[in-house]
Design a protein around this ligand. Structure first.
Ligand code: LLP
Length: 413
Protein backbone atom coordinates (compact mmCIF):
# COMPACT_ATOMS: atom_id res chain seq x y z
CA UNK A 1 0.00 0.00 0.00
CA UNK A 2 3.00 2.24 0.45
CA UNK A 3 5.10 3.41 -2.45
CA UNK A 4 8.52 4.88 -2.03
CA UNK A 5 9.67 6.77 -5.13
CA UNK A 6 11.91 9.78 -5.70
CA UNK A 7 12.73 10.01 -2.02
CA UNK A 8 9.08 10.41 -1.02
CA UNK A 9 6.78 7.78 0.47
CA UNK A 10 3.11 7.83 -0.47
CA UNK A 11 -0.06 6.04 0.45
CA UNK A 12 -2.06 6.19 -2.77
CA UNK A 13 -1.57 9.81 -3.90
CA UNK A 14 -0.73 11.36 -0.54
CA UNK A 15 2.81 11.77 0.82
CA UNK A 16 3.17 10.42 4.36
CA UNK A 17 5.16 13.52 5.30
CA UNK A 18 2.07 15.62 4.53
CA UNK A 19 -0.10 13.43 6.73
CA UNK A 20 2.38 13.78 9.58
CA UNK A 21 2.55 17.55 9.08
CA UNK A 22 -1.24 17.92 9.05
CA UNK A 23 -2.28 15.41 11.71
CA UNK A 24 0.83 14.71 13.76
CA UNK A 25 2.27 11.40 14.92
CA UNK A 26 1.68 8.71 15.99
CA UNK A 27 -1.02 8.30 13.39
CA UNK A 28 -2.65 5.28 11.78
CA UNK A 29 -2.99 5.63 8.02
CA UNK A 30 -5.30 3.45 5.89
CA UNK A 31 -5.64 3.12 2.13
CA UNK A 32 -9.24 2.98 0.99
CA UNK A 33 -8.25 1.26 -2.24
CA UNK A 34 -6.39 -1.44 -0.30
CA UNK A 35 -9.45 -2.02 1.90
CA UNK A 36 -11.73 -2.26 -1.13
CA UNK A 37 -9.35 -4.55 -2.99
CA UNK A 38 -9.12 -6.91 -0.03
CA UNK A 39 -12.90 -7.05 0.25
CA UNK A 40 -13.37 -7.55 -3.47
CA UNK A 41 -10.88 -10.43 -3.47
CA UNK A 42 -13.24 -12.27 -1.09
CA UNK A 43 -16.28 -11.32 -3.13
CA UNK A 44 -14.72 -12.67 -6.30
CA UNK A 45 -13.50 -15.86 -4.66
CA UNK A 46 -17.04 -16.51 -3.39
CA UNK A 47 -18.90 -15.40 -6.51
CA UNK A 48 -19.92 -18.92 -7.49
CA UNK A 49 -21.88 -19.78 -4.36
CA UNK A 50 -24.29 -18.19 -1.90
CA UNK A 51 -22.05 -16.46 0.60
CA UNK A 52 -21.82 -13.49 2.95
CA UNK A 53 -18.66 -11.82 4.19
CA UNK A 54 -19.13 -10.82 7.83
CA UNK A 55 -16.20 -8.54 8.63
CA UNK A 56 -14.77 -9.27 12.10
CA UNK A 57 -15.18 -5.85 13.68
CA UNK A 58 -12.61 -6.54 16.39
CA UNK A 59 -9.77 -6.27 13.88
CA UNK A 60 -10.44 -2.57 13.31
CA UNK A 61 -13.65 -0.99 14.48
CA UNK A 62 -13.22 2.55 13.16
CA UNK A 63 -16.65 3.78 12.06
CA UNK A 64 -15.47 4.95 8.65
CA UNK A 65 -13.97 1.53 7.94
CA UNK A 66 -17.22 -0.16 9.01
CA UNK A 67 -19.16 2.25 6.81
CA UNK A 68 -16.94 1.42 3.85
CA UNK A 69 -17.49 -2.32 4.28
CA UNK A 70 -21.23 -1.78 4.82
CA UNK A 71 -21.33 0.10 1.51
CA UNK A 72 -19.75 -2.97 -0.12
CA UNK A 73 -22.64 -5.03 1.34
CA UNK A 74 -20.66 -6.69 4.11
CA UNK A 75 -22.20 -8.29 7.13
CA UNK A 76 -20.38 -8.08 10.46
CA UNK A 77 -19.08 -10.45 13.11
CA UNK A 78 -19.28 -8.77 16.52
CA UNK A 79 -18.24 -9.81 20.02
CA UNK A 80 -19.82 -7.17 22.22
CA UNK A 81 -22.70 -4.74 22.58
CA UNK A 82 -20.18 -2.00 21.92
CA UNK A 83 -19.31 -3.47 18.54
CA UNK A 84 -23.01 -3.77 17.72
CA UNK A 85 -23.45 -0.08 18.52
CA UNK A 86 -20.55 0.71 16.19
CA UNK A 87 -22.04 -1.32 13.33
CA UNK A 88 -25.38 0.46 13.73
CA UNK A 89 -23.73 3.90 14.03
CA UNK A 90 -21.81 3.20 10.83
CA UNK A 91 -25.00 2.32 8.94
CA UNK A 92 -24.37 -1.44 8.88
CA UNK A 93 -27.33 -3.79 8.59
CA UNK A 94 -28.04 -5.58 11.91
CA UNK A 95 -29.83 -8.20 9.84
CA UNK A 96 -26.39 -9.28 8.58
CA UNK A 97 -24.70 -9.42 12.00
CA UNK A 98 -23.45 -12.55 13.72
CA UNK A 99 -22.64 -12.27 17.41
CA UNK A 100 -19.73 -14.43 18.62
CA UNK A 101 -18.14 -14.62 22.06
CA UNK A 102 -18.02 -16.87 25.11
CA UNK A 103 -19.41 -14.39 27.61
CA UNK A 104 -22.35 -12.48 26.18
CA UNK A 105 -24.21 -10.77 29.00
CA UNK A 106 -27.99 -10.86 29.22
CA UNK A 107 -28.06 -7.13 28.50
CA UNK A 108 -26.02 -7.69 25.33
CA UNK A 109 -28.36 -10.49 24.30
CA UNK A 110 -31.38 -8.20 24.78
CA UNK A 111 -29.82 -5.40 22.75
CA UNK A 112 -28.83 -7.70 19.92
CA UNK A 113 -32.26 -9.32 19.84
CA UNK A 114 -33.96 -5.93 19.79
CA UNK A 115 -31.67 -4.82 16.96
CA UNK A 116 -32.71 -7.88 14.95
CA UNK A 117 -29.33 -9.48 14.36
CA UNK A 118 -29.07 -12.40 11.98
CA UNK A 119 -27.57 -14.96 14.37
CA UNK A 120 -26.10 -15.59 17.82
CA UNK A 121 -23.10 -17.89 17.64
CA UNK A 122 -23.65 -19.72 20.92
CA UNK A 123 -20.56 -21.05 22.66
CA UNK A 124 -21.85 -23.04 25.66
CA UNK A 125 -24.75 -25.03 27.07
CA UNK A 126 -25.41 -22.27 29.60
CA UNK A 127 -25.56 -19.62 26.94
CA UNK A 128 -28.35 -21.57 25.20
CA UNK A 129 -30.41 -21.43 28.38
CA UNK A 130 -29.67 -17.74 29.04
CA UNK A 131 -30.56 -16.79 25.50
CA UNK A 132 -33.75 -18.82 25.58
CA UNK A 133 -34.78 -17.01 28.77
CA UNK A 134 -33.91 -13.57 27.42
CA UNK A 135 -35.77 -14.20 24.17
CA UNK A 136 -38.76 -15.61 26.06
CA UNK A 137 -38.97 -12.50 28.24
CA UNK A 138 -38.95 -10.37 25.09
CA UNK A 139 -41.62 -12.55 23.48
CA UNK A 140 -39.27 -13.49 20.68
CA UNK A 141 -37.23 -16.36 19.28
CA UNK A 142 -33.49 -15.90 19.09
CA UNK A 143 -31.76 -17.14 15.93
CA UNK A 144 -28.80 -19.35 16.80
CA UNK A 145 -25.85 -21.32 15.53
CA UNK A 146 -23.64 -23.39 17.79
CA UNK A 147 -19.97 -22.62 17.54
CA UNK A 148 -18.38 -26.04 17.42
CA UNK A 149 -14.83 -26.83 18.13
CA UNK A 150 -13.48 -29.20 15.49
CA UNK A 151 -10.20 -29.83 17.37
CA UNK A 152 -8.05 -29.01 14.37
CA UNK A 153 -4.59 -27.59 14.97
CA UNK A 154 -4.37 -24.35 12.98
CA UNK A 155 -0.57 -24.21 13.40
CA UNK A 156 -0.44 -20.61 14.52
CA UNK A 157 0.57 -18.66 17.65
CA UNK A 158 -0.95 -20.34 20.75
CA UNK A 159 -2.58 -17.07 21.85
CA UNK A 160 -4.57 -16.93 18.63
CA UNK A 161 -5.44 -20.64 18.21
CA UNK A 162 -9.04 -21.07 19.12
CA UNK A 163 -10.24 -24.38 17.73
CA UNK A 164 -8.36 -26.87 19.90
CA UNK A 165 -10.14 -29.01 22.47
CA UNK A 166 -8.34 -27.13 25.21
CA UNK A 167 -9.62 -23.72 24.07
CA UNK A 168 -12.25 -21.76 25.97
CA UNK A 169 -14.09 -21.18 22.69
CA UNK A 170 -16.95 -23.13 21.18
CA UNK A 171 -18.52 -26.40 22.27
CA UNK A 172 -16.78 -29.76 21.99
CA UNK A 173 -17.54 -31.52 18.76
CA UNK A 174 -18.88 -34.65 20.42
CA UNK A 175 -21.38 -32.69 22.53
CA UNK A 176 -22.74 -30.67 19.62
CA UNK A 177 -25.45 -33.15 18.62
CA UNK A 178 -26.96 -33.23 22.09
CA UNK A 179 -26.80 -29.44 22.31
CA UNK A 180 -28.59 -29.05 19.00
CA UNK A 181 -31.29 -31.41 20.28
CA UNK A 182 -31.57 -29.28 23.39
CA UNK A 183 -31.73 -26.09 21.31
CA UNK A 184 -34.51 -27.58 19.20
CA UNK A 185 -36.47 -28.31 22.36
CA UNK A 186 -36.17 -24.78 23.71
CA UNK A 187 -39.20 -22.73 22.68
CA UNK A 188 -37.52 -19.37 22.23
CA UNK A 189 -34.64 -20.44 20.02
CA UNK A 190 -34.58 -20.91 16.28
CA UNK A 191 -31.72 -22.94 14.82
CA UNK A 192 -30.27 -21.20 11.78
CA UNK A 193 -26.80 -22.59 11.35
CA UNK A 194 -23.51 -23.86 12.61
CA UNK A 195 -20.30 -21.93 13.21
CA UNK A 196 -16.64 -22.60 13.69
CA UNK A 197 -13.45 -20.52 13.85
CA UNK A 198 -10.17 -22.29 14.47
CA UNK A 199 -7.67 -19.47 14.81
CA UNK A 200 -6.05 -16.46 13.28
CA UNK A 201 -3.07 -15.66 11.05
CA UNK A 202 -3.41 -19.02 9.30
CA UNK A 203 -1.04 -19.44 6.38
CA UNK A 204 -1.67 -23.09 5.48
CA UNK A 205 -5.19 -23.50 4.02
CA UNK A 206 -5.45 -27.14 5.08
CA UNK A 207 -6.58 -26.77 8.72
CA UNK A 208 -9.51 -24.57 7.69
CA UNK A 209 -10.45 -27.06 4.97
CA UNK A 210 -10.24 -29.94 7.47
CA UNK A 211 -12.45 -28.01 9.86
CA UNK A 212 -14.94 -27.38 7.04
CA UNK A 213 -14.98 -31.11 6.29
CA UNK A 214 -15.75 -31.94 9.91
CA UNK A 215 -18.47 -29.31 10.14
CA UNK A 216 -20.11 -30.62 6.98
CA UNK A 217 -20.16 -34.16 8.40
CA UNK A 218 -21.87 -32.85 11.49
CA UNK A 219 -24.41 -30.93 9.42
CA UNK A 220 -25.27 -34.14 7.57
CA UNK A 221 -25.79 -36.02 10.81
CA UNK A 222 -28.04 -33.30 12.16
CA UNK A 223 -29.96 -32.89 8.93
CA UNK A 224 -30.75 -36.60 9.14
CA UNK A 225 -32.41 -35.79 12.48
CA UNK A 226 -34.53 -33.15 10.84
CA UNK A 227 -32.52 -30.14 12.01
CA UNK A 228 -32.40 -27.72 9.11
CA UNK A 229 -29.48 -25.37 8.51
CA UNK A 230 -29.74 -22.16 6.54
CA UNK A 231 -26.05 -21.38 6.81
CA UNK A 232 -22.58 -22.68 7.59
CA UNK A 233 -20.23 -20.12 9.18
CA UNK A 234 -16.55 -21.03 8.84
CA UNK A 235 -15.13 -18.03 10.70
CA UNK A 236 -12.11 -15.94 9.79
CA UNK A 237 -8.44 -16.59 10.15
CA UNK A 238 -6.69 -16.15 6.82
CA UNK A 239 -3.18 -14.84 7.45
CA UNK A 240 -1.35 -11.92 5.88
CA UNK A 241 2.26 -11.25 5.04
CA UNK A 242 4.05 -9.41 7.84
CA UNK A 243 7.55 -10.43 6.80
CA UNK A 244 8.11 -13.33 4.41
CA UNK A 245 5.20 -15.66 5.12
CA UNK A 246 4.21 -17.68 2.02
CA UNK A 247 0.77 -16.12 1.82
CA UNK A 248 -1.70 -17.35 -0.82
CA UNK A 249 -4.23 -15.25 -2.68
CA UNK A 250 -7.69 -15.23 -1.08
CA UNK A 251 -8.99 -17.44 -3.90
CA UNK A 252 -6.19 -20.00 -3.42
CA UNK A 253 -6.51 -19.93 0.34
CA UNK A 254 -10.26 -20.54 0.20
CA UNK A 255 -10.15 -23.09 -2.59
CA UNK A 256 -9.61 -26.28 -0.49
CA UNK A 257 -12.30 -25.12 1.95
CA UNK A 258 -14.75 -24.33 -0.83
CA UNK A 259 -13.99 -27.75 -2.31
CA UNK A 260 -15.53 -29.34 0.81
CA UNK A 261 -18.70 -27.31 0.28
CA UNK A 262 -18.96 -27.78 -3.45
CA UNK A 263 -22.49 -29.11 -3.79
CA UNK A 264 -24.02 -27.60 -0.67
CA UNK A 265 -26.90 -25.18 -0.78
CA UNK A 266 -26.47 -23.54 2.62
CA UNK A 267 -25.40 -19.90 2.73
CA UNK A 268 -21.67 -19.76 3.54
CA UNK A 269 -20.63 -17.11 6.06
CA UNK A 270 -17.02 -16.11 6.57
CA UNK A 271 -15.72 -13.79 9.28
CA UNK A 272 -12.42 -12.38 8.01
CA UNK A 273 -10.79 -9.60 9.98
CA UNK A 274 -7.03 -9.36 9.56
CA UNK A 275 -7.01 -10.28 5.86
CA UNK A 276 -9.38 -7.38 5.07
CA UNK A 277 -7.61 -4.61 6.97
CA UNK A 278 -4.14 -5.74 8.07
CA UNK A 279 -2.11 -4.78 5.05
CA UNK A 280 -4.27 -1.73 4.34
CA UNK A 281 -2.94 0.19 7.33
CA UNK A 282 0.32 1.48 8.75
CA UNK A 283 1.35 3.32 11.86
CA UNK A 284 3.26 6.53 11.20
CA UNK A 285 5.70 7.55 13.93
CA UNK A 286 8.56 9.98 14.43
CA UNK A 287 12.01 9.31 15.89
CA UNK A 288 12.31 11.38 19.06
CA UNK A 289 15.63 10.25 20.50
CA UNK A 290 18.57 8.22 19.27
CA UNK A 291 20.44 6.59 22.08
CA UNK A 292 23.66 4.77 21.46
CA UNK A 293 24.14 2.32 24.33
CA UNK A 294 27.06 0.07 25.21
CA UNK A 295 25.49 -2.98 23.61
CA UNK A 296 22.60 -1.69 21.57
CA UNK A 297 21.40 1.38 19.76
CA UNK A 298 17.92 2.56 20.53
CA UNK A 299 15.62 4.63 18.38
CA UNK A 300 12.93 5.93 20.71
CA UNK A 301 9.87 6.81 18.65
CA UNK A 302 6.64 8.55 19.59
CA UNK A 303 4.50 5.42 19.09
CA UNK A 304 4.57 2.73 21.77
CA UNK A 305 3.08 -0.55 22.94
CA UNK A 306 -0.10 1.31 23.90
CA UNK A 307 -0.54 2.25 20.22
CA UNK A 308 0.50 -1.11 18.75
CA UNK A 309 0.50 -3.94 21.29
CA UNK A 310 1.25 -6.84 18.93
CA UNK A 311 5.05 -6.85 19.23
CA UNK A 312 4.92 -6.68 23.04
CA UNK A 313 2.05 -9.14 23.35
CA UNK A 314 2.90 -11.79 20.73
CA UNK A 315 6.47 -10.96 19.82
CA UNK A 316 4.90 -10.13 16.46
CA UNK A 317 7.06 -8.85 13.63
CA UNK A 318 6.08 -5.69 11.75
CA UNK A 319 8.21 -4.31 8.95
CA UNK A 320 9.53 -0.83 9.77
CA UNK A 321 10.63 1.52 7.00
CA UNK A 322 11.95 5.03 6.96
CA UNK A 323 9.58 7.27 5.06
CA UNK A 324 11.03 10.73 5.51
CA UNK A 325 13.71 12.88 7.06
CA UNK A 326 17.49 12.83 7.05
CA UNK A 327 19.49 11.86 4.00
CA UNK A 328 22.95 11.75 5.49
CA UNK A 329 22.58 9.30 8.39
CA UNK A 330 24.41 6.00 8.08
CA UNK A 331 22.90 2.59 8.55
CA UNK A 332 23.05 1.02 11.97
CA UNK A 333 21.18 -1.67 13.87
CA UNK A 334 18.50 -0.28 16.15
CA UNK A 335 16.02 -1.44 18.69
CA UNK A 336 12.90 0.51 17.77
CA UNK A 337 11.21 1.27 21.07
CA UNK A 338 8.51 3.51 22.50
CA UNK A 339 8.63 5.82 25.52
CA UNK A 340 6.47 3.59 27.76
CA UNK A 341 8.07 2.46 31.00
CA UNK A 342 8.24 -1.27 30.26
CA UNK A 343 11.10 -3.30 28.83
CA UNK A 344 8.49 -5.04 26.69
CA UNK A 345 7.71 -1.75 24.98
CA UNK A 346 9.34 -2.41 21.64
CA UNK A 347 8.07 -2.18 18.08
CA UNK A 348 10.96 -3.91 16.35
CA UNK A 349 14.25 -5.58 17.29
CA UNK A 350 17.55 -5.25 15.53
CA UNK A 351 16.44 -3.24 12.50
CA UNK A 352 19.06 -1.86 10.19
CA UNK A 353 18.11 1.71 9.35
CA UNK A 354 19.86 5.02 8.63
CA UNK A 355 18.25 7.25 11.23
CA UNK A 356 18.43 10.77 12.58
CA UNK A 357 16.19 12.33 15.19
CA UNK A 358 13.06 13.74 13.60
CA UNK A 359 12.86 11.06 10.89
CA UNK A 360 9.50 9.56 10.05
CA UNK A 361 9.00 5.80 10.17
CA UNK A 362 6.13 3.65 8.99
CA UNK A 363 5.28 0.45 10.87
CA UNK A 364 3.64 -1.69 8.23
CA UNK A 365 0.76 -4.18 8.23
CA UNK A 366 -0.72 -2.44 11.24
CA UNK A 367 -4.30 -2.09 10.02
CA UNK A 368 -5.55 -5.12 11.97
CA UNK A 369 -5.44 -5.39 15.77
CA UNK A 370 -3.47 -2.14 15.91
CA UNK A 371 -5.72 0.77 16.83
CA UNK A 372 -8.37 -1.70 17.98
CA UNK A 373 -6.08 -3.00 20.75
CA UNK A 374 -4.61 0.36 21.72
CA UNK A 375 -4.84 1.67 25.25
CA UNK A 376 -4.14 4.75 27.32
CA UNK A 377 -1.32 3.17 29.33
CA UNK A 378 1.04 5.82 30.70
CA UNK A 379 -1.83 8.32 30.14
CA UNK A 380 -1.02 8.45 26.46
CA UNK A 381 -3.85 9.78 24.31
CA UNK A 382 -4.71 7.38 21.53
CA UNK A 383 -3.41 8.11 18.04
CA UNK A 384 -5.22 9.84 15.21
CA UNK A 385 -6.49 7.79 12.25
CA UNK A 386 -6.44 8.97 8.65
CA UNK A 387 -8.01 7.40 5.56
CA UNK A 388 -6.42 8.10 2.20
CA UNK A 389 -8.46 7.87 -0.99
CA UNK A 390 -6.61 8.87 -4.13
CA UNK A 391 -5.10 12.30 -3.48
CA UNK A 392 -7.34 13.01 -0.49
CA UNK A 393 -6.66 12.44 3.19
CA UNK A 394 -9.51 12.40 5.69
CA UNK A 395 -9.18 12.38 9.44
CA UNK A 396 -11.39 9.47 10.56
CA UNK A 397 -10.55 9.67 14.25
CA UNK A 398 -9.07 12.71 15.84
CA UNK A 399 -6.23 12.32 18.30
CA UNK A 400 -7.48 11.98 21.85
CA UNK A 401 -6.75 14.86 24.20
CA UNK A 402 -5.41 14.57 27.71
CA UNK A 403 -8.49 16.46 28.92
CA UNK A 404 -10.63 13.61 27.53
CA UNK A 405 -8.54 11.09 29.41
CA UNK A 406 -9.03 12.91 32.71
CA UNK A 407 -12.69 13.74 32.23
CA UNK A 408 -14.14 10.50 33.64
CA UNK A 409 -12.30 11.00 36.93
CA UNK A 410 -13.54 14.54 37.57
CA UNK A 411 -14.72 16.12 39.76
CA UNK A 412 -12.18 15.02 42.35
CA UNK A 413 -13.41 13.31 45.51
N1 LLP B 1 -14.27 -14.84 14.09
C1 LLP B 1 -14.01 -15.12 15.37
C2 LLP B 1 -14.99 -15.88 16.15
C3 LLP B 1 -12.78 -14.70 15.94
O1 LLP B 1 -12.52 -15.01 17.20
C4 LLP B 1 -11.87 -13.98 15.16
C5 LLP B 1 -10.60 -13.50 15.71
C6 LLP B 1 -12.19 -13.69 13.82
C7 LLP B 1 -13.41 -14.14 13.31
C8 LLP B 1 -11.30 -12.90 12.91
O2 LLP B 1 -10.12 -13.58 12.67
P1 LLP B 1 -9.05 -13.03 11.60
O3 LLP B 1 -9.67 -13.17 10.24
O4 LLP B 1 -8.78 -11.62 11.95
O5 LLP B 1 -7.88 -13.89 11.79
N2 LLP B 1 -5.19 -9.88 18.40
C9 LLP B 1 -4.65 -11.00 17.66
C10 LLP B 1 -5.71 -11.71 16.84
C11 LLP B 1 -6.88 -12.21 17.66
C12 LLP B 1 -7.93 -12.87 16.84
C13 LLP B 1 -9.14 -13.16 17.65
N3 LLP B 1 -10.24 -13.72 16.92
C14 LLP B 1 -3.52 -10.49 16.79
O6 LLP B 1 -3.21 -9.29 16.83
O7 LLP B 1 -2.87 -11.28 16.09
Amino acid sequence: MIEIANGSAHVEGVPLAEIAARHGTPCYVYSRAALENAFNAYREALADRPARICYAVKANSNLSILKLFASLSAGFDIVSGGELARVIAAGGDPGKVVFSGVGKTRAEMQEALAAGIYCFNVESASELEHLNAVAGAAGERAPIALRVNPDVDPKTHPYISTGLKSAKFGVAFDTAIDLYRRARALPHLEIRGIACHIGSQLIDPQPAADAAGKVVELVDLLTAEGIVFSHIDLGGGMGIRYRDEPVLSVADYLSPMLGRLADRKELLLLEPGRSLVGNAGLLLTRVEILKHGAEKNFAVVDAAMNDLARPALYDAYHEIVKVGGSETAHRQRYEIVGPVCESGDFLGHDRELALAEGDLLAILSAGAYGMAMSSNYNTRPRAAEVMVAGTEMRLIRRRETIAELLANELPLL
